[in-house]
Design a binder for this molecule. Structure first.
Ligand SMILES: C[S@@+](CC[C@H](N)C(=O)[O-])C[C@H]1O[C@@H](n2cnc3c(N)ncnc32)[C@H](O)[C@@H]1O
Length: 221
């Protein structure tokens, strides 16, 4: 994506929606050592449930979710500032008060998100990274699933959608190997009548191309 004009200034002026920005990507393990946990009362003015949209991209899913569910708090997480700025603009335009953003890598969310505090994690069209050498960077690889396990409440779950069958099957295996309980495995979301399904930016593009969309819900327990 092309770098947007005045990006740094726009990010600096996004304190109304942006919780924090990671800055230069360095060693994630060092970065997360010092915690800066969010406080829901301070951030949202309430203690409602918390849901995360990891790799939120341009933010359509997060914004629609937040509008449709005013009694749930949402945080969209995206590593690229030139992408998250579009999500922030959307949220501001819609004046949503139950959605905030973190401009950081998913591997750093433990710096901001406390253990046992998240109800639902959405993984919508995460990059499939088909090369074997990139396996450990897939957002459903063991390293990430262990992070999600820590921050999810015991009743928490992950909802994943993807258009990539190989990545989907890799994810199913990975969830199982990490002890998640799988439900609602679906190989054709468009024809499955899933209640409340929100079509993301990537989903609408893939559906127009006639691709099948795959979905699974993975419970922590
Ligand atoms: C294919 S897009 C999907 C965007 C959106 N969820 C959708 O469904 O339209 C994947 C997004 O995840 C972001 N991403 C990939 N790896 C990430 C990571 N480790 N941490 C945070 N964001 C990441 C990418 O920058 C990209 O914006």
């Amino acid at each position: 994506m092309r770098k947007k004009g005045n990006l740094d200034i726009r990010i600096e002026n996004s304190g109304d929606y942006l919780i924090a920005t990671e800055g230069t990507f360095t060693n994630a393990l060092n970065f997360i050592k010092t915690k800066e946990y969010i406080n829901k009362e301070e951030l949202f003015g309430n203690n409602n449930n918390l849901e995360l949209d990891l790799g939120c991209g341009l933010g359509a899913f997060s914004v629609i979710k937040a509008i449709n569910n005013p009694n749930i708090n949402y945080i969209g997480v995206e590593k690229f500032s030139n992408i998250i700025i579009a999500a922030i603009d959307k949220a501001r335009k819609e004046k949503v008060s139950n959605l905030k953003f973190l401009n950081c890598r998913v591997e750093c969310i433990e710096k901001y998100i406390e253990d046992n505090s998240v109800d639902v994690i959405y993984l919508n069209f995460s990059n499939p990274l088909p090369n074997k050498t990139d396996e450990k960077h897939r957002l459903t690889s063991k390293r990430y699933l262990e992070i999600y396990k820590k921050i999810l409440k015991d009743s928490g779950r992950i909802e994943q959608k993807t258009d990539d069958l190989d990545f989907f099957e890799f994810s199913l295996e990975s969830f199982k190997n990490c002890g998640y309980r799988l439900e609602d495995i679906c190989y054709d979301v468009a024809n499955a009548n899933i209640e409340g399904n929100i079509v993301t930016e990537h989903e609408s593009k893939y559906m127009l191309e006639g691709k099948k969309i795959y979905r699974v819900v993975a419970y922590k327990n």
